[in-house]
Design a binder for this molecule. Structure first.
Ligand code: PLZ
Length: 457
């Protein structure tokens, strides 16, 4: 009987050295001699083991994981279900290439996705390895099915680092800088981001949708193959679209015969307290893209959607050497097992309730927290000056640095790099979550206290 028992690695924070400790520092120095400096690192500590919500580093520090490898190890780092499935598969074979000879786990993963993604229609699924690869393939499917070429994306979107997905990603630095020219036919439209909507959050949905319609009219709605949106933006700042925006887009896509593609790579697979983030709005994609938490840490991504779209591609048109690798498929089946009893979704909702209770008071206790937002275990704090909403990347950075020094791993996101995001594993224990939130809150209060007292008006 497999249990979600992570007791092999104590689920508590422990600092044995400064962070990073001496062994991590030495390994980082060595890394810089061999690894391209083109890879950044949020926190230069080297990990030797990870379980549940704890990362154990090579100096013996136990760090609380509020990152989950960027929303990947949602079922906990080295989840027992995942470990058992992968270990068993490892004994049988590591690879055949599904395009050469077949194996059942590939079909089983596709079947689960067809049955569990929103949409009461006949579906087919294609498996790949990375998120960007799945996004590219969703575009291939949409183009093949429609005979059209253009792609509509949204302000502050993130879809990957490959050439096409860079073109679909909004932020220049670090993702695109110097890597162009990019593929043509990618058009950007307004995103209904409530906090910064010029005429106020209440107008965001209607005005953004009018903006989208104007963009479609200008570029010719009938020339668009796909409209691609993250139901909650990830790298762009954990922006939850204003209510009604996603369903408005869905309607526009239907009206103009455009394939509506939901990029659930970061927000999907239970992260927000429902299996898919688009369920919060009851919005159904023609194609839905999953990756990250789908296989609990092994590289696996998927495009799932209407059979008539997925089967419109000529035989042999989709594939990839490692697409749906057997170890990754085994891991995904372990993830599905871990989800079966509902405890993962409940975990996400529990995390949201605890985090909001601790963090929402910061809206009034400080003058630099502009918003606490998100859904489930996909939550964020945005730092900005009161009144002007001028983004404060410096404050987000200072809070992250303080958290890291205390053994709490948090990540920054947002077009202005002024958002701290929380992505704890859904299995984090209440005690560990509470400890992490206490560290985070203290860091925010400390940083806020360093600000000059607001001018009296
Ligand atoms: N779509 C919504 O969040 C990956 C990127 C980290 P890959 N996000 C983390 C980094 O700096 O590279 C992501 C995403 C959404 C697509 C992707 C791309 O997924 O598996 O990284 O290719």
């Amino acid at each position: 009987m497999i249990t979600d028992d992570f007791s092999a690695l104590p689920q508590s924070r422990l600092l044995t050295t400064a962070i990073p400790g001496p062994r991590s520092q030495a390994l980082h120095t060595e890394r810089m001699q061999h690894v391209t400096s083109g890879f950044g690192t949020t926190l230069p500590v080297f990990i030797q083991r990870a379980e549940g919500g704890i990362l154990l580093d090579v100096d013996g520090n136990r760090i609380i994981d509020f990152a989950s490898g960027i929303a990947v190890t949602s079922v906990g780092a080295s989840n027992p279900h995942v470990r058992a499935r992968v270990a068993a598969q490892l004994e049988n074979f590591t690879h055949t290439c599904f395009m050469v000879t077949e194996y059942e786990s590939f079909t089983a993963v596709c079947k689960w996705l067809n049955e569990n993604t929103p949409g009461d229609f006949d579906k087919r699924t294609a498996l790949f390895s990375t998120g960007a690869e799945a996004v590219e393939n969703a575009i291939k499917v949409a183009r093949s099915a429609t005979g059209r070429s253009k792609i509509l994306v949204f302000d502050d979107a993130y879809h990957g680092r490959s050439l096409l997905t860079m073109a679909m990603t909004a932020k220049e630095n670090p993702y695109k800088l110097g890597f162009g020219p990019f593929p043509a036919e990618v058009v950007k439209a307004p995103m209904a981001a409530p906090l910064r909507w010029p005429s106020g959050a209440a107008n965001a949905t209607a005005e953004a949708l009018a903006g989208v319609e104007a963009v479609l009219a200008e570029h010719g709605a009938e020339t668009f193959a796909a409209m691609v949106i993250e139901p909650i933006q990830g790298e762009g700042g954990f922006v939850v679209p204003a209510a009604g925006f996603l369903s408005g887009l869905r309607a526009l896509a239907t009206k103009h015969g455009i394939v509506f593609v939901l990029d659930e790579i970061q927000a999907g697979m239970g992260r927000t307290g429902t299996l898919f983030a688009s369920e919060h709005e009851g919005v159904v994609g023609d194609l839905i893209i999953t990756a990250k938490a789908l296989a609990g840490g092994l590289p696996l991504s998927a495009v799932t959607g209407r059979t008539e779209l997925m089967n419109s591609v000529h035989a042999g048109g989709l594939g990839g050497t490692y697409a749906g690798n057997p170890l990754a498929c085994a891991a995904a089946l372990g993830v599905f097992e871990a989800f079966a009893d509902g405890s993962m979704l409940a975990g996400a909702r529990r995390i949201e309730a605890s985090a909001r209770e601790v963090l929402e008071p910061l809206l009034t206790e400080t003058s630099c927290v502009a918003e606490v937002r998100g859904r489930g275990a996909m939550l964020a704090i945005e730092f900005a000056d009161a009144g002007t909403l001028a983004p404060r990347a410096d404050l987000a950075k200072a809070v992250a640095v303080a958290c890291h020094a205390q053994g709490l791993l948090v990540l920054i996101c947002g077009t202005f790099s002024n958002v701290i995001r929380l992505l704890p594993p859904l299995v984090i224990t209440p005690e560990l979550l509470e400890d992490g939130l206490t560290v985070l809150k203290a860091a925010v209060l400390d940083v806020a206290a360093t600000l000059a007292a607001p001018a009296l008006v």
